[in-house]
Design a protein around this ligand. Structure first.
Ligand SMILES: [Zn+2]
Length: 143
């Protein structure tokens, strides 16, 4: 049986404590984040857990104004594609910026990775460690 070197539960428990973990491939040197079972570049299973700097550059964004089910109280919000200094791309929400005032100037800006909980309607009422990982979203706070 193949096991996850860095299970999502452990990944999110660390993120909650301000530590962004990732995996480094010992075959090709690529970084992987969020964690996967094997290397995104060469499919190797020879991975080690590393701490990433948690710094990204904003590559693209869009403003969500039409909510999907459960997100009615969240709109408008900003979804962005960002690239970690170590290479991998992350999708998350830009926070601390008014969605009605954001401009393309944000592209190329540096930001710090954090996380946010799912909307309360979708939230499992228990300890954060038990929240389904898919329910958490990355956040990007502009530097
Ligand atoms: Zn690799």
């Amino acid at each position: 049986m193949v096991t996850y070197k860095l299970p999502h539960k452990e990944f999110f428990a660390n993120l909650k404590n301000g530590k962004l973990l990732g995996l480094k491939c010992n075959s090709c040197g690529a970084y992987i984040c969020p964690p996967k079972i094997n290397c995104s570049e060469c499919a190797s299973l020879d991975l080690e857990i590393v701490e990433l700097k948690g710094k990204v550059e904003i590559k693209s964004y869009t403003v969500i104004r039409v909510a999907s089910e459960g997100f009615e109280d969240e709109v408008p919000y900003i979804v962005a594609l960002a690239q970690l200094e170590e290479g991998p791309g992350l999708i998350g929400n830009i926070v601390g910026v008014d969605p009605d005032k954001i401009t393309d100037d944000v592209i190329g800006k540096k930001a710090t990775v954090g996380y946010k909980l799912p909307p309360s309607k979708l939230r499992y009422r228990g300890p954060i460690e038990e929240i389904e990982p898919e329910g958490l979203a990355f956040t990007f706070s502009l530097a």
